[in-house]
Design a protein around this ligand. Sequence first.
Ligand code: FRU
Length: 495
Amino acid sequence: MTSQTLREARKYEEVFEKTIKKGERPEFHLSPRTGWMNDPNGFSWYKGQYHMFYQYYPYESKWGPMHWGHAVSGDLLHWEYRPAALAPDEFYDMEGCFSGSAIELPDGRQMLMYTGVSKEHKHYSTQGEELQTQCIAIGDGMDYEKYEHNPVLDAKDLPEGCSRADFRDPKIWRKKDGTYCCIIGNRPADGSGQILLYTSEDGFQWEYKNILVSNFNRFGKMWECPDLFELDGKWVLLTSPQDMLPERFEYHNGNGTLCLIGDFDEDAGVFQEMHNQSVDYGIDFYAPQTVLTPDGRRVMIGWMQNWDSCGIRSHEEPWFGQMSLPRELSIKNNRLYQKPLKELDAMRCNKVEYTGVTVAETVWLDGIKGRRMDMLLTIRQGDPQDLYQKFAVRFAQNERYHTSLSFRPRESILKIDRKFSGSRRASIHQRRSLVNTLDGELKLRIILDRFSVEVFVNDGEQVLSATMYTDQDADRVSFFADGTAKIDVVKYDLA
Ligand code: FRU
């Protein structure tokens, strides 16, 4: 039975989607059907397609009572909208259907597990305080029915002293023995974050197992949107901490992303942490989720925005929020590597190539322009007598606007700067990152899709993501060095 609230949302999005023209959205990054989008939810492979759900408020381009939007894709780049999957319409989720995940049940149905937020609750006195509980909806890839015994986890399933107002974002998976695990973000008594582990025989009845990882106020405060998976013989825990403090060149965005690499004993429920790093070194990236592709690749998509930088676009626009490129993950030298999904190569066309170009002052190269492009750029010193101290590539450029990447080889610092991207609002506009240079060489792969840039450094060792809502006719690219640099450029349009 579809509720009135969900029917209204579905009707609204169907009508208002038509008011947004194709060129007014990203081409191969998922954006909301209408209105507002935040976290990826329920990222999964089901019935021969990828499914992406997302935090969604269809009626306005700002956060509101959360629904789940829905889209499907065969290649993670071309998306087709499906009707909204969930709306806040039950006593336990009246304030919103918050983030969660999806799996396929053995009988072929799809299970969504999400956080229901309410202020009034029939089982608890809340005194106006928010209550977050975990809920289930079952469906067929199109329509979803909320489970009659929701919520399946609530305040009584929390360890002593833990916050019932910060208990969210369940990530569920099925173990090889057919039983289920789920990890959930929570705030313990010390006011920081932790990840709780729950187990279930059938996916419906859940039991608290233990604390998987405690933050102890090391990385930010509350930990949101956890994901845990095996990768290249290690285990990776991704989570998005609120209110992070920068540490040298890590964790600069307030609401940031954290990757812990370690070991996990699935039966004992123990995670042993070994290494930590940021997931993204740009401006806009939060709350990523991963999927295992049928051919065994672990692919991650994040919300290409950040709660601290949402001001970049006005609420008057017809949509807000977009997902990042799908990124293939691997571990090398105890670090998380990210590469653009290989399917993107099939979208490449109009190749233009330059080798060994000398850059001294500003250089413009014929055929290197556009707002949907995949550009490989290798930078090296050009002349031992005239070393450059600063190299810059400017893109999304016209007389008025540009976004830039600049590199200072002495400090080995790469900076992204979107101050001149046409935003009239105060937001985070710059970020510096410490990068490795390989034999004095820096390799960048720069991917633009109308309203964003993602920079893959040194074959995926680091990624810098940023949105930019610059007018689309700002499409020129220039290169600059204050001494002499040599560059190789290979550029493709993406269509
Ligand atoms: C993360 C988050 C989640 C929550 C959702 C609400 O961006 O705050 O913790 O479930 O967004 O929209």
